[in-house]
Design a protein. Sequence first.
Length: 982
Amino acid sequence: MRRRSARPPGAWPASRLRAGRGIRETTEWNLSSRRLSLAQQRVWGGAVAPEAPLVGRDAQLAALDAAVATVAGGGFAVVKLCGEPGIGKTRMLRALSQRAAAAGLLVCAGQATEFEQDVPFATYAEALRPLLPGRHADGEGDAVRRAVDGHGAGSASSVDRARIYSGVWRLLDGARPPGVALLLDDLHWADTPSLELTEYLIRKPPRGPTLVAVAFRTEQPPAGVVDAIAHVGPAATQISLPHLGPADVDKLLPKVPPRRRALIARASGGNPLYVQALSRLRDDTLAALVNDHDIDASESRILTGLVTDIADLDERQRRVAYAAAVAGAHASIDLVAYVAELPARAVIAGADQLHRRGLIDVDRGQLRFRHPLVRAAAHELAGPAWRFAAHARAAAHLRAHGGSLQVVAHHVARSAQPGDEAAAEVLIEAGLAFTYSAPAQAAHWLGMALRLLPADRLGDRRPAVLLRYARALGLGGDLEGSREVLRELAHASEPVRTEAAAFRAFVARMRGDIDEAEMLLTAELNGGRLPPAAEGKLCVELAALGALREDGEATRRHAERALALFGDDRPALAAAARALHAFGSLQDGDVAGARHHAAAATRLADAATSPTLRPHVELFGPLAWVHMQLGDVDAAVRELDRAAQVVASTGDSSAVPYLLVVRAAVQTRLGHLAPAVQLTEEAAAVAGRIGSAEMRAMAEAVSLRPLLWTAGPSATIAAADRLAATGRPRSRMWWRVARVNLAMAHLAAGNTGPCLDIVSGPRESWPAGPPTAVPRDTLRAVALARSGDLGGAGRFARRAGSVAEAAGLSYEAGWATWARAYVALRARRFDEAAALADQAVDRLVAAEAPIEAALSRHLAGVAYIRGGRAGRARDALRRARDGYEAHGATWLRSVLDRHRAETPPRVALSAREREIAELVRSGLTNQEIASRLFLSRRTVESHLSRVFAKLGVRSRTAMAARIATELEAGRLVVDEGSRVGP
Ligand SMILES: Nc1ncnc2c1ncn2[C@@H]1O[C@H](COP(=O)(O)OP(=O)(O)OP(=O)(O)O)[C@@H](O)[C@H]1O
Ligand SMILES: [Mg+2]
């Protein structure tokens, strides 16, 4: 057994080592380096000796080939590569890269790095280069480029992450065949925006032929990306790289004697990186390792072998290595020279020596470490004080030579000292530029700048910087932190104070604390004289809160006050006020008022330019909602499209989840169920990013309806219960949405009690407007009918109908008519039920609500069956099924199919047979029937004998009795295909 050498103080913790991030026992490096022979050195480092052939990965390579083939065939493929450090993830990505290139794909490769996790989009800066337009291009690609590589910083400030993500998506979406391969390595170290972007691209696959491949260490999985891949399902190729077998290790070491090979195979456990490391150790060391039962503890010695060269370097080489480690993944010779304080000549010579030792590659004038472990070791060996000064030099050099803002800020943040004004300025610049695209990082920089400078040094700018800091914290998901900072601004001067108050209210609203939000706004309004625009803005915020509370009166009051303050000459604000006015009117049942204000809001918004709409883009939410509820779904879609346009050009995406939720509701109405669900998922993801549990809950509330129609009531009830357990949504309006959907699910499941519990109760507790009153009465009517109270059911159904008709709302009228049809069916008034259901179909078709129309067809079909009209029933059910099918309402379709299958065997009479049978039942003789129908007696007799046969009876009385029971059971149908005639 070998003794382990004592660990130096401050050595790296074992966990770091186990994650493969570095070396622990510095003292051993010198030790093992002395044992290196030149031949052994060559095994490590593919640049010096040709890289060992790839072994033992046939199955995995075949999977990669299949993924490439999918993309070359025009499809989308995701590849996930994971495994322990050194297992060969990067190597496999390289193999994938070669295969993709051979298939003609444009390869875009990026790699995250351990020490640059604070650099926004670091992983993508390199990867997107082949896709992005040149420096001076215009348009979206250019905006993405500026944001991602941090040049032209001022412009970065206006671009937010939503726009960057969709911009990158569009770049890939437009990829021409044979397509693009986006390969991202070491995602366990990726910066947050890069991770979010990756998740976005996987969740919303571009339509162009695209391969997205990610690699990361199993121990540090990037959760969002892993989850997104899980959602892709079988189309994702998931590879967890196993250890190599002894035979593979043999192939890796063809020239090594068998006994030694066996030792290496055992000690390495089949990890190819360890194989390389161990192959540079002497036999006796190897034997000791193999005998050491605590292989885990020997890991450090194995890894030590990898980096010995660094400690063994001469002074100049070491400086180059340290400087390159500080400079980052792609360090130019210039930069390294400046950081190392060496002439460029010396750096070039040193870099060549490092290259010969297999430690770094030199690629287009840039130094790159061959393996992250080597960089980690150099970084560590450089020492903290040297690193501090080196980062300062790196920052200075990059600033002077046009380095990207985020990389400069990264170095500044590592070398700034208290009171360093220049450093604080850089951090503020970066914080302002990245507030919207990388808010968490921007908050970090701004917070740091604020701490570096004493409070008075920023002077007048401090409140504005604080406000931005708060905004970045809020957008980055730290709502609590944001609140804290905003409190500091309660006594700031205008306009910062009002803005801070408005933002504080916004933060409260995001958290679902409507009361708190209202308190803040009211206090600000009562606090003293404000310029009319500021006051108007606060009133609009208050109106929005009124709407969330379902307080139509307050909503209108605040909206009116706002309008009185600035009239229509501030079109964006006025549009917001009018949209909310419309919303409040509708909640109160003033449909005409709602129409009037909604139309005015649309006119104003149409006339307003996008930049003026930016701060008020949320207005399109209530406006689209109102248009939809007023039955103009096209207008709703148009408003949301406009909102998307405005958001695309804006910095702040905090309104995005809300707008997505409304869009999901509109898509649900239009029967686009899959896109609706996707939108709610996207909304929930964005809400999660900005830390808004409330927005998340809103998204879930809206998703319940499409969930019901696609997955059925059990899944929906479970989801609604989960949501209710969180106590959200806290705002009444969205809570109501969730409750109505839950009531509907209960009804679908046949749970009339729980359904009635939700929709009963005093009338005052529900808004009076038809969009809430009608569904409530509708659900009540149907639930009561199911539980046998046909009288009550009829009353509610009729009331729903008259409210909807009076308001002239086709969608609500359709639902109400559907409820009346249902009640009639339960009352066995089949003809009436069928006629009403057909009317409901017409109204719902007019309202562009295809699922609801199909539901009514379904109901009509059932009524026709019961009424004995097979042909019409068949037709209605077929069309209902087509409707469900076309819109992916899988659960509804399965109900209908079950329904059809369960329909008891029918007795089908032709129209003539039915007519003659009825006449027999009314007591006529065959002769009388013959004369009445202008037939011969013989013909009547032959018809009757067929009826007897079909019913299995022998006498006229038995036939009459049988027809009565068959009609009652809904089994007797008339085959309308048969014509009445002899
Ligand atoms: N199947 C293999 N056949 C031959 N060599 C391999 C194989 N797999 C990996 N290697 C070599 O082993 C070394 C480590 O592999 P690689 O860098 O790909 O590991 P990794 O999984 O990316 O590690 P990390 O998590 O540290 O990034 C490289 O030199 C690589 O060329
Ligand atoms: Mg790797």
